[in-house]
Design a protein around this ligand. Sequence first.
Ligand code: T4K
Length: 407
Amino acid sequence: MAPERRIRDMVKKVEELRIFGGTPAFSEKLHVGRPNIGNRGRLLERINDILDKRWLTNAGPYVQELEQRVAEIAGTRHCIAMCNGTVALEIAIRASGLRGEVIVPSMTFVATAHALQWQEITPVFCDIDPQTYNLDPHSVEKMITPRTTGIIGVHLFGRPCDIEALDRIARQHNLKLLYDAAHALGCSYHGRPIGSFGDAEMFSFHATKFLNTFEGGAIVTDNDDLAARIRLMKNFGFAGYDNVIYIGTNGKMTEVCAAMGLTGLESLEDFINVNRRNYMHYKHELHAIPGIQLMTYDETEQCNYQYIILEVDESITGVSRDQLVQILQAENVLARRYFYPGCHNMEPYRSYFPHAKLMLPETEKLVQRLLALPTGTAVEPGDITGVCQIIRLVVEHGADIRRRLLG
Ligand code: T4K
């Protein structure tokens, strides 16, 4: 964590780029998704307490406390913590009675689609709005068939879907509406917290999320019946000792995971402040670089600022997104192509729906243009200056670099 020491040297000339034989600008790898740790002392205290109490899992006191805290943040009556976000989504899908076809974006982490297909429900991939990267409501309406039972919106990178429009469509067509809010804890839509929309929403607390429980996730909802079903399903359907009243699985969160989450929650404001500081720094450094557009957050809403996303317009930069990623990775900046190539281009969906791309022109374009850069508490302003310096140099010499890379 000594970032100024981590940067070897500012790369000033094309010949100094690692890809052309220079030394990497960063001596250590700079990751996207480095976990935020919070107060180690508090975490260890909690873990010791868990060991003393000998209550390790199955709705223990730490899980209950975490559920209460997350429900407060989401503004919902219920929060059901689980072992990860994917299982949480699978259970919410099943408990909501989804079947047949469900409309989802293809521009998302593959878990959104898999949570459906795992239960033999067809994910119908829908195009996105190129401004927000979220489901385009007009496209959603076009994808509805007599087999459609629901919509799963994804608040991609923490920016809310067009909730009003999706709500209206769901009501008009009598569809269930769930949200994959894996990225959106602590964000708001029209001033109301994400978590409280649709029939239910899912948060992920995976290590790479700005609040983590090592692995973990949760469903939040105001629907009492749905919450009760989800609670049963995540614990084998047990309604009491020896009394199984429902089909279920094991989706429980452990106490140690909840302890990590509670410790992280105590530093949540600090994490958001650091993310916001990093975002502002990137914004400042990148604003004048032609062909590079930083994904912006609506600062009038609550945002967690946990993703730094760039859109690369190759016709201006001279280099493609993939070439830029290749150059950054060689410098030890492990930029990621979230969410390339889009679910519809991954198996089994690519084979099941070989023509899906015809309905997804904006998705097809964006999966070639977006990249994610490192942020979070493991990243310092000096790192960001160094990363942006590389990007600036590459774009300034885009045509030349492209020629060299191809030649
Ligand atoms: N829906 C959406 C929209 C999601 O983004 C996700 C998860 C889900 C649903 C499912 O929720 P969970 O079931 O995961 O709770 C990572 C995560 O594994 C995944 O949780 C996350 N989305 C996705 C956006 O990112 P990969 O394939 O990129 O993981 P990986 O191993 O390449 O790690 C990413 C970066 O994080 C690397 O640069 C290394 C760094 N890292 C990772 C871990 C685990 C660390 O520095 N430390 C660590 O402990 O998917």
